[in-house]
Design a protein around this ligand. Sequence first.
Ligand code: UGA
Length: 440
Amino acid sequence: MKITVIGTGYVGLVSGAVFADWGHDVVCLDVDESKIQNIKNGVMPIYEEGLQELVNKVQNVEKRFLATTDYKMAVEHGELLFICVGTPGNQSGAADLSYVFQVSESIGKFMNSTDYKVIITKSTVPVGTHNKVKEYIKKGAGDKKIEFSVASNPEFLREGTSIYDANNTDRVVIGSDSNKALDMLENLYKHLNAPIVKTDLASAELIKYAANAFLATKISFINEISQICERTGADVVSVAQGMGLDKRIGSKFLNAGIGYGGSCFPKDVEALYRTSSENFYDFRLLRGVMDANERQKYYFIEKIFSKYNSNLSGLTFGVLGAAFKNGTDDVRKSVALEVIKLLRGSGAQIKLYDPAAMDTAKGALGNEYIEYAKQANDVFIGSDAIVILTEWPEFVSLNYESLVGKLKSKVIFDGRNLLDPEGMKEMGVEYYPIGRHNAI
Ligand code: UGA
């Protein structure tokens, strides 16, 4: 099939490369010249496991992938046109759809009247957006007669494992009011060993928000349980294990921590709440999910403040983790960064290490009161305490036995429950995890 992907962020670039890997002819369009030039040169705009190798293979070896800024060529190329541009949250919490609409209008402008095309939104857009996408395509076409259908095909990729996820998805969701469009999309995905949910446009759009909001609810729920654990002597890791073994609940997304972050959950939960308000419904549960998430990081910071009698000035914290989660260099809405900023703002000095996000963290935090370490071990040297903020597996396997000896005092605040409380006790570490009964 001939496929055009518009937008070369996480979703667009990964989807484009994966479609090409499946044997389709893909054109990836972006308006950012330097981004396209970099992709052509094999330099990826994002850090994603296996992406560089995959793009190199489909672009240079198999030659089924072309990155371009040429809108006309890109629109003319695809039978399927995927809109994969960003939908950032705006000031009021709603999704900013201006990029989606600009793209829709441009598609209408560059479409030929002889072709039939399916225009698919992969970007996360509020329920009902398809109506506007249709209007903007028609607006772009002006008096020209064009034949097209719109569809919604939400994406469930996780950053860090997105190529694996694209090939091993739990399900494919496609929504359209055109059977022809549904069939074409079904053809694209039918080789995957996954159920395909074919539905109407509004349901497909809502599935994406409902799924992300539900996962965020799970995280906030276990974070709230961690608070009960701290107050009753129960252990949140055991509680999560005992809950998660019930197949109706499932064990994933039950890791208590400092709260969810990233470019998706915070924005999508907020946007769903907005959508419900706009439809005269007060989705109170979601309000609670957002409040719990906000509170959770302060509970963690509170542990640090109370250990030092609310005076952090002159202290140095060795910080492990800046990315919003492991496996990525992304620091957008990273709770780790928020915690770092709060510590720094309270007069502390930071020594920071993250396996992937050093450059992005530097871009977001600058150099004031922050030293960027070359390796994890370095943040221990001469620091007053260690603060773990991202769930990188690398941090579990550090040689704590020898490293804690390099600290001024053996204190670890573990915002991701990565370490074993018993082991820490044996090493004489004053250990502060989240909701665990060995917590001090
Ligand atoms: C999320 C969804 O998981 C994807 O299915 C979806 O496609 C994507 O958003 C999107 O809408 O594009 P992602 O933002 O990459 O993916 O990250 P997650 O792995 O879901 O983690 C989100 C946040 O929750 C991270 O800050 C992570 O540290 C936190 N988290 C996750 C926890 O605090 N506890 C957990 O048990 C799991």
